[in-house]
Design a protein around this ligand. Structure first.
Ligand SMILES: O=C(O)[C@H](O)CO
Length: 304
């Protein structure tokens, strides 16, 4: 049975999971982290937490590991952290089902305008583009992309995907992303945020999409050029967008994406189920413990 005292050398940067984490960590410890800084060997943080500042990390001479929850590690400066001799871990696979669920939920809600019609009869929203049997283009065929493809097949969708390499996923590979953009009724972004994927979808890419198409993003806000997206949605270049991620999060209240009638936005809740977060925290703790004890680390992320 774990007790919080065993975890005294952990310092937690809270994201949205305070309740779950507090079952593992002695909250009293957080009152005065500076006092404990020399003892801290591990930081647990969530993928959507603010970046771990170099100025903070330099204060922690005993730090061995940053155990990040979720799959994305774009909030971490891997090269700088490696230069401190500190390991980084994530929790791949744990978030895939829940994130794919949100992706499909957004897709379906957007296609059938479920949010727009919730409050009753609004004639302009009563006819939809079909969902079952349409073409779904997935950009990024990792764990999450794969789970989305499986769900799409349940809706009898034709599945296209674009990825750095071809995978045996029972879907049509588009080596050229433009080809996928031209052919898809729904485009789902499920890539990691890297320098190569930052701004992946801009004005040119949006102009290749069908005017009836919907863009769904469960990846990271920065994968899309948001100004270009606003223009594409206002001008009818594409039909709609459904976003679980934006940049920044949350968007400022006066951001045009928040008032467009053809946009649905959820607040980065892809992985937010009790079961996913609990498992995520368990894996974070397993990773942190392994690194702290010099054991093989289950999910180490190497800097390139
Ligand atoms: O990166 C992830 O896994 C999700 O965005 C959760 O933060």
């Amino acid at each position: 049975m774990m007790t919080s005292k065993q975890y005294l050398p952990l310092y937690v940067l809270f994201g949205t999971c305070e309740k779950v984490l507090s079952t593992f960590i002695d909250l009293e410890f957080l009152q005065n982290p500076a006092l404990h800084a020399p003892k801290i060997q591990a930081i647990l943080m969530l993928a959507q937490s603010p970046a771990a500042e170099p100025s903070l990390l330099r204060l922690l001479p005993s730090l061995k590991v940053i155990a990040s929850g979720g799959v994305g590690i774009d909030h971490l400066d891997l090269l700088f952290i490696a230069s401190l001799g500190v390991k980084v871990t994530n929790t791949p696979g744990v978030v895939s089902d829940a994130t794919a669920d949100i992706g499909m939920g957004l897709l379906l809600a957007s296609a059938r305008k479920i949010v727009q019609v919730l409050s009753g009869w609004k004639l302009q929203y009563l006819i939809y583009h079909r969902f079952t049997g349409s073409t779904l283009g997935i950009i990024g065929m990792g764990h999450i992309g794969y789970k989305i493809a499986q769900r799409g097949k349940g809706f009898e969708m034709k599945i296209l995907y674009h990825n750095r390499n071809r995978r045996a996923v029972g879907a049509t590979y588009c080596e050229n992303m433009d080809d996928l953009l031209r052919r898809s009724d729904f485009v789902m972004l499920a890539v990691n945020l890297t320098p190569e994927t930052t701004g992946l979808i801009g004005q040119r890419e949006l102009s290749l999409m069908k005017p009836t198409a919907t863009l769904v993003n469960v990846s990271r806000g920065l994968v899309v050029d948001q100004d270009a997206l606003v223009k594409a949605l206002q001008s009818g270049t594409i039909h709609a967008a459904a976003l679980d991620v934006t940049h920044p999060e949350p968007l400022p209240r006066d951001h045009p994406l928040l008032s467009l009638p053809n946009v649905l936005i959820t607040p980065h809740v892809g992985c937010s189920t009790y079961q996913t977060i609990r498992r995520m925290v368990e894996v974070m703790v397993e990773n942190a413990r392994a690194a702290m004890n010099g054991l093989p680390i289950p999910n180490e992320v190497k800097s390139q």
